[in-house]
Design a protein around this ligand. Structure first.
Ligand SMILES: [Zn+2]
Length: 70
């Protein structure tokens, strides 16, 4: 997991204000035998990842790009 940035804001995971990290994770799809980099927000208090709508779109584009380059 690679940290792209940190921002103090309202965390949508624990619903408290603190430093929320934006992280990049390598996702792999075993069935399709491909991997791509997905971006998430990470709450270190709850140890949970969150995908915002913008990230869902971006991650789905990365998956499609990874399919096409196969
Ligand atoms: Zn949080």
């Amino acid at each position: 997991m690679k940290i792209l940035k940190k921002k103090h804001k309202l965390c949508l995971i624990c619903m408290e204000e603190h430093e929320v990290q934006t992280v990049e994770i390598e996702e792999s799809d075993i069935n399709e035998e491909l991997s791509f980099l997905a971006v998430y927000e990470y709450c270190d208090r709850a140890d949970e990842l969150l995908e915002t709508e913008e990230m869902i779109r971006k991650n789905s584009d990365s998956l499609k790009a990874s399919r096409q380059s196969k």
